[in-house]
Design a protein around this ligand. Structure first.
Ligand code: KIV
Length: 280
C-alpha cells in the first residue's frame, strides 16, 4: 500500500466512500496506518480530547505541529491532514501560509481550514502556493460563538442557502474536499451532489462521499460529551480503568514485578560484591 494522492482522493467521489479518523499521536497512528484508513486528521479537537481544554481555539500552532510530526512519523500508508488552528488562520494570510508550510514539511499531505468570514484570502494564498486545502463548513467549532453554539447548522432556508454558497465558493477556490459538520442529511446530500469534490461528513448523514469521526469518541475514551452522531466501537475508558486497577492491585499485593520482569546479576559477580560488603 502507498499513500493516496490528492487526485486519488478526488477520484473516489461517487465511487468509494472515504474513511477518516482523527489521530494525535504516534502509537494510535501506527494502529490506524495498519487498519487501512484513507486518511488520518490531526484535528484541533485534540484541544478537547487530549488537552482537556474547553474550546478548540485555545490550542496553539506549536502543539498542533508537534503532534502532526508524531502522526506523520507513524504513517507509511495513510494520508495525513493537519488542522489549521485558530491562531494560524486569524493572523493574516502570510502567517497562515508560514504555518501551513510547516505542517507540510512535518509530513502532512494537506491542511484543513474552517470557514470564517475572510477565510477566502487565506485559502487562496495556500492553494496558489501548492498547499492542498480541505474546506470545512456547517458547524465550525473555532467560530461556534458566532453560530449560536454547538448545534446543527443549515436548518432553515437562509442558513442552508448560505452554506451552499460557502461550499461553492470553496470549490471555486480549489479545495480538494469539504468537511460538512452537523448538517441535516437533505442539505448534505444536496451539497454533495452540487460540488465536484468529495464531501466528508461528521454528523451530516449518510449521503456524503466520506465520513470522519474523532478517534477518542469512536474508542469510547472521551466521555465529557457524547454527540448524537458518534458511534462508539469500544469502551477504552472502562478498559483503561480496569487495567489501572489491576496494576494497582498487583503492586499492593507484591505481585509485580515478578522474576520475568526483573534483572539478575551473574551469581559470581554478586558473590564478589557481597563479600566486599562483609569485609571491614
Ligand atoms: O478537529 C477535528 O476533529 C475536526 C473534525 C472535522 C473531525 O475538525
Amino acid at each position: 500500500m502507498s499513500k493516496l494522492t490528492i487526485e486519488n482522493i478526488k477520484e473516489k467521489k461517487g465511487k468509494e466512500k472515504i474513511v477518516i479518523l482523527t489521530c494525535y499521536d504516534y502509537s494510535f497512528a501506527k494502529a490506524l496506518d495498519e487498519a487501512g484508513l484513507d486518511m488520518v486528521m490531526v484535528g484541533d479537537s485534540m484541544a478537547n480530547v487530549v488537552l482537556g481544554l474547553g474550546q478548540t481555539l485555545e490550542i496553539s500552532f506549536q502543539e498542533m505541529l508537534s503532534h502532526t510530526k508524531a502522526v506523520a512519523r507513524a504513517t507509511q500508508n495513510t494520508f495525513v491532514i493537519a488542522d489549521m488552528p485558530y491562531e494560524s488562520c486569524h493572523n493574516g494570510a502570510s502567517r497562515a501560509f508560514k504555518d501551513a508550510r510547516a505542517f507540510i514539511r512535518a509530513g502532512a499531505g494537506a491542511v484543513k481550514v474552517e470557514w470564517f468570514r475572510g477565510c477566502q484570502s487565506i485559502i487562496k494564498k495556500l492553494i496558489q502556493n501548492n498547499i492542498p486545502v480541505m474546506g470545512h463548513v456547517g458547524l465550525t467549532p473555532q467560530t461556534a460563538h458566532l453560530l449560536g453554539g454547538f448545534k446543527v447548522q443549515g436548518k432553515d432556508k437562509k442558513s442552508a442557502l448560505n452554506m451552499i454558497k460557502q461550499s461553492k465558493t470553496l470549490e471555486k477556490l480549489g479545495v480538494f474536499s469539504l468537511v460538512l459538520e452537523c448538517v441535516p442529511s437533505q442539505l448534505s446530500k444536496f451539497i454533495t451532489e452540487s460540488v465536484s469534490i468529495p464531501t466528508i461528513g461528521i454528523g451530516a448523514g449518510k449521503f456524503c462521499d466520506g465520513q470522519v469521526l474523532v478517534l477518542y469518541d469512536v474508542l469510547g475514551l472521551y466521555r465529557k460529551i457524547s454527540p448524537r452522531f458518534v458511534r462508539r466501537y469500544g469502551d477504552f475508558f472502562s478498559e483503561t480503568k480496569k487495567i489501572a486497577l489491576n496494576f494497582v492491585a498487583d503492586i499492593k499485593k507484591d505481585n509485580f514485578p515478578g522474576e520475568k520482569e526483573s534483572f539478575l546479576m551473574a551469581e559470581q559477580e554478586w558473590d564478589d560484591l557481597s563479600s566486599s560488603f562483609m569485609c571491614p
